[in-house]
Design a protein around this ligand. Sequence first.
Ligand code: BGC
Ligand code: BGC
Length: 828
Amino acid sequence: MSNGLAALAVATVLATGAAGQQAPKGSDARASAASSALAHPDLWPKLQLRRQRDPKIEARIDALLSRMSIEDKVGQLIQVDIASITPKDLETYKLGSILNGGNSAPNNDEFAPAPEWLKLFDAYWDASVKRSDGRPVVPVIWGTDAVHGANNIVGATLFPHNIGLGAARDPELIRKIGAATAAETAATGIDWSFAPTVAVVQDDRWGRTYESYSEDPAIVEAYAGKMVEGIQGTVGGDFMRPGHVISSIKHFLGDGGTGGRDQGDTRVSEEVLRDVHAAGYRSGLVAGALTVMPSFSSWNGTKMTGNASLLTGVLKQRMGFDGFAIGDWNAHGQVPGCTNEDCAAAINAGLDMFMYSGAKWKELYANTLREARDGTIPAARLDDAVRRILRVKLLAGTFEAGRPSSRPYSGRFELLGAPDHRAIARQAVRESLVLLKNNGSVLPLKPGANILVAGRGADDIGQQSGGWSITWQGTGVTNANFPNGQSIWSGIDAAVRAGGGKATLTADGRYATRPDAAIVVFGETPYAEFTGDRPTLEYSPEDKSDLALLKRLKAAGIPVVAVFLSGRPLWVNAEINAADAFVAAFLPGTEGGGIADVLIARPDGKPRYDFHGTLSYSWPKRLDQYVLNRRDPGYDPLFPIGYGLTYAKGAQLPVLSETRPAGGVVDQNALFVRGRVVAGARLATAGPVRQTRVDRNAQEDSLRFAFAGGGDARVMIEESRGIDLTRESNGQLSLLLDYRVTQAPTAEVTLGMEGGKPASVPITGALRGELGAWRQLAVPLHCFADAGVAMGQVTRPWIVATSGRLGLDISSVRVASAPPGPVSCGTR
Ligand code: BGC
Ligand code: BGC
């Protein structure tokens, strides 16, 4: 039985140390839990799962397993992104699954019409079931990120991102959203969604904060089970009936605790991991979630994808999860000793299916097959993983469902953006809005009024939808890409016109006739995953034009209503001060009309809907309150979790402090900032170069280097332990320097990195020109990766070298998104 086999796997991993962890000795075991990554399953709850084992299904699994070859079994363990595999490949390679990553789509066209998705799935499916050797046919399944609606499909209803749903505090609504999302997903034939995300986010600098319902485990727990039920149907009822798809709770475990750093390390005790971060699994697994996605992140230094004690010991054995664990995007490649193409350690730790992206999936297949043959992956573990995958496929009806296009919901494209789904989404938008300020009861606005609608977010469905909207990052889209969507402006316009008034849209807030009131819609622009990590909670530190617009309107004596779009609470004290009313709208999705429903009154002046939402995250009073959760000592938010005004119960908000913390703040991705390198690193020099300190914004916050010439000289940051920049380098992140030149270079200057081997790019070109002015230079990390630096083990993340003379001041070195504009791998 699977439990026994899984125990064997744990034992193997612990004995070989393959997961990079050591078993604590004797009675120290629990005491050391805070710093070790070895979980103690007996500390965790046993769950009363609603779904019982079905003997008929288990018998079918046995029958299938007995006829499958080892090649067939290994194939089931692999999922490949459609960008890297053709339907034809599945004639030869009987893989378990395919997925579309956020940027992958039929014919490489992210705007491909819905029928193309179905057609492509038919092609993969046909190939997967084609065989003539008498071995059992196991149809391929397709996974997608339907994280706020079937968000890769043009025309789908996009619901508010989870942070807004958390504010709605409406578990029944969550079930309906899950069901509508599943139906729209099933219309394209796709049978599996990587949702819900049940992270319990503790540090709002994290770029995935909006994917999480709340910082409060109770809210996440109340929602996760409902969402799983909505997506998969209810055990004992419509479970996995047509129109439902497989759900995947993610990311197991502690993804919300990484200190604001995507894929970082959650350093907490086992009790916190259990009581805070596992909240969503308690209800989601009970509701019958068929798959779970281990996290990219680590717990106390050990990558989750390789943590046998948690994946096997806790999730499978203690909690009783008998579905399968699907890896995250090449996350197995980050397990010590692994590459993307070779990682028996992850399978042995309890991962059941690799999620692979890249051209070399055949290598992953070949290596895994070799390891299955030679016993590196024990036969029992292989069978256990395949058994779990077959169980999910059987429970999901994969074997009976037939060709994707023949399934009951397939091709019902009218479900995409169907009126009843849009109505659910619009209700969700209304319920998710949180009223933070309404001085002088400016809201609701009278529909007979002359209303100016301004701000960069007013008529932009892409911005109001955020990341994971048609494209992965949610960028590069226009309103035309959301044929069933409505912008916030359009909803206001319709409501005001219906009430006999007049609304006018100007993004920059200019007007010909002085309006009775202005609604300014602005906020964060879309991002996904690590590109959304921020150094502080300050809204738009580099561009204050939204604030200027608010101030300009207010100075003209016009009542100003701010509608703020964001994936997290942000420090907006100045913006709140500049507005009479302030609405946190989060990322509402395609039903922009839900905002007018609450903001624009009935013709008789009474609200059509009152505000309903209350914060599911604490709102910061200062820009450095990243970790701001109710149970923290000294909890001192601007608005606590649960805050939200209504028309029935208002309040006057006093003027807020706009003071910044003295001494600035720490950037979690900084290598050198405010005169210091981060802990664990040191500054070093070699050759004829002298280092002193100078002031930029504060005393001695910058370094001054005088390269004397006449020999090779280097200045560098050295890490005591190699740092892992893999993820950052396959995204769009850069090594960013703030610098000024005080003496022009007399020879070539290079910027380098070292990990395994050093590599550098010329930057002489960037150092020419005006002396003494502060400038910024961005070199994409992939430049160093392409040149052979082992990005998983970077020991010197920053090296500046020259043999000539050069005067260079540096105020900051960090890993971040490059500012807009062209970037290149160096300039001579
Ligand atoms: C994300 C997952 C997602 C997967 C597939 C990963 O980068 O972390 O949440 O399901 O990609 O797109
Ligand atoms: C995302 C994918 C995306 C890819 C691009 C992953 O992290 O989850 O969906 O297409 O990165 O690099």
